[in-house]
Design a protein around this ligand. Structure first.
Ligand SMILES: [Zn+2]
Length: 79
C-alpha cells in the first residue's frame, strides 16, 4: 500500500480555482400523501411520495459559483 497517493484531478471551481471549500444545498422535499375516505368518514393513507423539488445543488465556497454540474463527482467522493 502506497502512502503517497497522488490525486491529480481534484474537484476544482472553474471560476476561481478553489479546490477546498464547497457548499451543498439540499432542495425542499415535497411530500404528497394520498388518502382514501372510508364509508365511516375516516381516512386511510394509501400512498406517499417524496419528491425533490429542486434536488441537490453545489456551490463554490469561495466565489459562490453554481457548480452543480460537478455534483455527481462531488457526491461520489464524500466519505
Ligand atoms: Zn469559485
Amino acid at each position: 500500500m502506497s502512502q503517497n497517493v497522488h490525486v491529480s484531478n481534484l474537484l476544482r471551481c472553474p471560476e476561481c480555482g478553489n479546490d477546498q471549500e464547497f457548499v451543498e444545498v439540499s432542495g425542499e422535499v415535497i411530500t404528497t400523501t394520498f388518502y382514501q375516505q372510508n364509508p365511516d368518514g375516516s381516512f386511510t393513507p394509501v400512498d406517499q411520495e417524496d419528491e425533490q423539488a429542486s434536488g441537490q445543488r453545489l456551490y463554490c465556497g469561495k466565489c459562490e459559483k453554481d457548480i452543480t454540474a460537478l455534483y455527481e463527482r462531488f457526491a461520489e467522493m464524500v466519505f
